[in-house]
Design a protein around this ligand. Sequence first.
Ligand code: PRT
Ligand code: ZN
Length: 302
Amino acid sequence: MTTQQQQNRIKIAVQKSGRLTEHSMDLLVRCGLTYSRGRDQLICYGENMPVDVLLVRDDDIPGLVQEDICDLGIVGGNIAEEVRLDLETKGETELFQKVYELDYGHCRLSFGLPEGSSFDGPQSLNGKRIATSYPNIVSDYLRRNNVTASVVEFSGAVEIAPSLGKSDLICDLVSSGATLRAHHLFEAETILESKAVLIQTPKGVPEEKADWIRRLLQRVQGVLQVRESKYIMLHAPRSALKKIRALLPGSEAPTIMPLEGRDDKVALHAVCRENVFWETLEQLKEAGASSMLVLPVEKMLD
Ligand code: PRT
Ligand code: ZN
């Protein structure tokens, strides 16, 4: 491969090993990517698309995308926001863009206070010391709420800061809440809800890569839509069609077909862009629908 050909390949930064790795690689595979892993395990070379995946620490991903070393990156919204605020404070105006919110990596950034202490809104944080790995997000929150508190930066194990006497409270990621409870802290307030996000370089897409980036982004969108979508088939009395259509979650223009030998009933097929739950099927049955089938959708392209 010539250097030019190499430069024209799309580079995506993905977390090397952690909570987002498996989901992110699975997303790319669902977009059609097959790859072989380099000997150093740091790059996955796309075999059927001009796309290579760089495996790095999640904290490095926004920087790689910001500096245009990678065209795209997949990272927690929490990290993207922390780096965005940091770049903004440094006066950087051309910033990496968030293209999609993905459907995994859910967590929240919350204040954790020692059990037995009280929290009555942001003002009760005045004069306190807050340990966190997200100094920019926390400082931004304090500024917006006119609170004066000191932010103590921790790069890991934030939850032990209060018991070490290093802070009065913490601000850290929470998902089940078990870590906070294990350290005798309670979740007082959430300041950021986060999911994995797909980010893009601020440099704009070079001509040679534009077509594949567009195709890849379209496929990502397709994968996200498909995961929630269902194909539903049912029989409906003509008289109840209006009611039944209104019950179908997130569906546009269903296909209506005649049923052999039946003038009073039709077959209805529709793509629902939201999951179809038992409750919906029960309501449809009540409205007169019968022979209902709900199928997963494999691929979708609008
Ligand atoms: O090595 P590298 O730097 O790449 O990995 P990392 O250790 O920094 O990141 P990793 O793999 O732990 O998390 C990657 C991303 O997953 C985060 O940036 C978040 O966007 C997302 N995520 C989702 C989480 C959690 N859930 C989560 N629960 N990241 C961290 N946690 C930690 C949290 O920090 C706390 O220690 O889990 C603990 C709390 O969990 P619960 O369930 O006890 O509340
Ligand atoms: Zn990290």
